[in-house]
Write a protein that binds this ligand. Structure first.
Ligand SMILES: Nc1nc2c(ncn2[C@@H]2O[C@H](COP(=O)(O)OP(=O)(O)O)[C@@H](O)[C@H]2O)c(=O)[nH]1
Ligand SMILES: [Mg+2]
Length: 216
């Protein structure tokens, strides 16, 4: 038993949650991994990360999502937090413009500490509090476009777009990884003649997809 190798997933992707304190990061995580929401703010839940396994384009992907234990309040997130991360969910609160203004600061933090190819989705959380809105959806979209980020408004409370946010990030990561793998394969086969190596794989992949894909 102890020796059994863990083969229940095809890919393991580390994703970090970042953004100001109080924007809803921990609740986004608990909504996504346990379908739970907590109205009271327990700032330190104390988990390092939580995981959930899901299907992305016919592959089994295990998302390992890291949450802060409140260090963001002291701007004391260490580089270990970002190490190995291939995705980031950058969260602000649509009712607090300061948390939106600070997105730039978080992008800088990512630039300094994370891999330069990290996939980033910006989430304007608490969309259920539309009557208290301080940041328009258009402003969110405009910033995301300017910074080349994916963007969604979410609500951890109403479970709105939470699933989708992770699907978008994981799919984007998967596309990048599979493109890289293909490039490596092509490089390995040198100036491969058409019909060699990769062609066979493409045929295999489409066969697998027809069998395994049910996510439409
Ligand atoms: N109305 C509403 N409140 C939320 C939402 N997400 C989180 N909250 C509340 O915002 C507060 C801070 O949430 P928390 O997840 O601890 O934020 P964190 O500091 O970023 O981890 C808590 O009181 C949550 O109940 C949401 O989508 N809608
Ligand atoms: Mg938290």
């Amino acid at each position: 038993m102890a020796n059994r190798v863990d083969h229940e997933y095809d890919y393991l992707f580390k994703i970090v949650l970042i953004g100001d304190s109080g924007v809803g990061k921990s609740n986004i995580l608990s909504r996504f991994t346990r379908n739970e929401f907590c109205l009271e703010s327990k700032s330190t839940i104390g988990v390092e990360f939580a995981t959930r396994t899901l299907q992305v384009e016919g592959k089994t992907v295990k998302a390992q999502i890291w949450d802060t234990a409140g260090q963001e309040r002291y701007r004391a997130i260490t580089s270990a937090y970002y190490r190995g991360a291939v995705g980031a969910l950058l969260v602000y609160d649509i009712t607090k413009s300061r948390t939106f203004d600070n997105v730039q600061r978080w992008l800088r933090e990512l630039r300094d500490h994370a891999d330069s190819n990290i996939v980033i989705l910006m989430a304007g959380n608490k969309s259920d509090l539309n009557h208290l809105r301080a940041v328009s959806e258009e402003d969110g979209k405009a910033l995301a476009e300017k910074e080349s980020l994916s963007f969604l408004e979410t609500s951890a409370l109403e479970a709105y777009n939470i699933e989708k946010a992770f699907q978008v990030i994981l799919t984007e990561i998967y596309h990048i990884i599979s493109k890289k793998a293909l490039a490596v394969q092509e490089a390995a086969s040198g100036s491969a003649l058409p019909g060699q190596g990769t062609t066979i794989n493409v045929a295999d992949a489409s066969g697998n997809q027809r069998r395994g894909c049910c996510s439409t």
